[in-house]
Design a protein around this ligand. Structure first.
Ligand code: GLN
Length: 503
């Protein structure tokens, strides 16, 4: 697929490197596989997490109440994305993206291996390590993808689409592997035959996630030459100092935000406050005279749109998983399958659609829609996905519905995702002031953190025993997002202006 290439000297522009996947820079191939394995470890562990917590001790689990488990799960997934701000800041100001990815990967693998031991302290320590490590790795591996291209390189969005495909190959395969180790009778029988405790199977699953991350690290280290020209550590201040005070501030602010978002469980009005703050922040930056502030204003508009997008999209693991489990015939050509397999369908669509979008953007070249327009379309599609669920919900009055409804839902959501998520990554790397690129990427993932939290809040209203209320559940959210789509559409020309020359 790719040929090893010599490190690129600063005199030869990045864009001349075509040695990687599909004529992209060779570094993309390295980042593709590193992130594929990191996401394998993330989604492989996440697939087991909830189940492991609620299973009884006799089944090898922790025996948590569902409510406690859901709270741990929610705080964990939010923290993973929220800590990307800290990780971005550390890379920007201290160690550079390249080393941040290496250290992050090592911390993540350590976290998974810690969870391979069966005790409560190692369980929590593992979660904390994975959240911290992901905070270091996730935003910085994404900014490095951006650094492979010059700002005007038309291949950039396509490059991010390819990168995104790597994410989803990992996300698709992982639950199949870790789920087999943790839950299958075949593997439990194997453990018994080896004289081991079959209830320990969960920890084999967690261990497999750690092995995945280790593969990612091996790729990253072996192919480090291809990335030698990107993600360098920044030079210290003239007096040799580093911004330790600011680092402490970012760390404290991140922790405070995690605590505040947790508090929104008891005080839902905090969510409205959050929205109001975002609007104030957009206006504050957009109307300042300097270019960087205006761009930050544009970034915050994208942030708001992404947050709304993820609030619907991330219900895959909550309301949609309940719909799949309780209201869908999980059968294909007469063969039954477990409802959890639906969790892989989004990734299957990404794998099928990413090449189509990569091709489309290359094909359209400079005629492709602007990034704010792509975001608008992304919101439109995620709204349509819930419109589709309105008749599906009504049909549940006569029993379980066929699997095509969910296939359709995931198709529409994935089209939306392809228009918003890789484009968002790409746009952040273009809009961010050079010194703040890691931080801005962290802000991008903060939208995912808040969206995940909102997805939990919204899914709390899910009703599986009342078809008309269920139809209303989907319709209300669809209309809400449709409204946001119209607002964003109206803002497209303004956002384009704020972006300056960036498309
Ligand atoms: N599924 C994608 C990933 O894991 C996007 C996640 C997100 O940004 N919310 O990278």
């Amino acid at each position: 697929m790719s040929s090893p290439s010599a490190p690129i000297s600063s005199s030869s522009p990045e864009s001349s490197d075509t040695g990687g996947i599909g004529g992209h820079p060779s570094g993309l191939t390295t980042l593709f596989f590193t992130e594929m394995w990191e996401r394998f470890s993330y989604y492989g562990m996440r697939a087991l997490l909830m189940l492991f917590m609620v299973k009884t001790a006799a089944e090898g689990g922790l025996g948590f109440e569902t409510k406690t488990a859901a709270a741990v799960y929610g705080t964990y997934t939010m923290s993973v994305y929220l800590l990307t701000i800290l990780g971005g800041f550390i890379a920007d100001n201290f160690i550079g993206a390249r080393r941040a990815v290496l250290f992050g990967g090592i911390i993540i693998a350590t976290g998974h291996f810690t969870m391979a031991f069966g005790s409560l302290p190692t369980f929590y320590a593992g979660l904390v390590l994975i959240a911290l490590g992901t905070g270091l790795l996730k935003p910085n591996i994404s900014t490095m993808v951006g650094s492979l291209y010059r700002p005007t390189d038309e291949r950039r969005d396509a490059g991010f689409s390819i990168f995104y495909m790597g994410i989803n190959i990992g996300a698709f395969l992982a639950p199949l592997v870790t789920g087999f180790l943790a839950q299958s009778d075949a593997w439990k029988a194997r453990l018994t035959a080896w004289g081991m405790d079959p209830a320990h199977s969960w920890h084999w699953g967690f261990g497999a996630a750690g092995v995945g991350m280790t593969f990612g690290l091996i790729v990253y280290v072996i192919q480090r030459e291809r990335l030698s020209h990107v993600g360098q550590a920044p030079a210290p201040e003239a007096d040799g100092s580093r911004p330790w005070g600011k680092l402490a501030l970012v760390a404290i602010a991140s922790l405070a935000l995690i605590i505040a978002m947790k508090a929104s469980d008891q005080y839902p009005a905090l969510v409205y406050l959050l929205f109001a703050l975002q609007i104030v922040a957009i206006l504050f930056f957009a109307f300042r005279p300097d270019e960087d502030s205006k761009r930050l204003g544009a970034i915050l508009v994208f942030f708001f749109a992404a947050e709304i997008f993820w609030a619907i999209f991330e219900q895959t693991g909550s309301s949609i998983s309940l719909f799949a489990d309780r209201l869908t015939q999980n059968e294909i050509f007469g063969a039954k399958f477990p409802s959890s397999y639906w969790q892989s369908v989004n990734s299957v669509w990404v794998i099928l659609l990413a090449p189509v979008f990569a091709w489309l953007w290359i094909r359209m070249g400079s005629k492709q829609p602007s990034s704010p327009m792509k975001f608008t379309l992304g919101l439109l599609f995620v709204s349509l996905s819930f419109v589709l669920m309105v008749p599906a919900a009504k049909l549940t009055a006569t029993g379980k519905v066929g699997p095509l409804w969910l296939v359709g839902l995931f198709f529409l959501q994935t089209v939306g995702e392809m228009l918003l998520s890789p484009v968002g990554l790409s746009t952040m790397t273009k809009l961010a002031p050079q010194k703040l690129v890691g931080l801005v990427m962290g802000i991008w993932f903060l939208a995912a953190a808040l969206g995940n939290k909102l997805a939990g809040v919204l899914a709390g209203e899910f009703k599986s025993d009342n078809p008309s209320e269920l139809a209303t559940f989907f319709l209300h959210q669809a209309l809400w997002v449709a409204g946001a789509t119209v607002v964003l559409l109206a803002l497209v020309p303004w956002v384009k202006k704020l972006m300056g020359g960036v498309r």
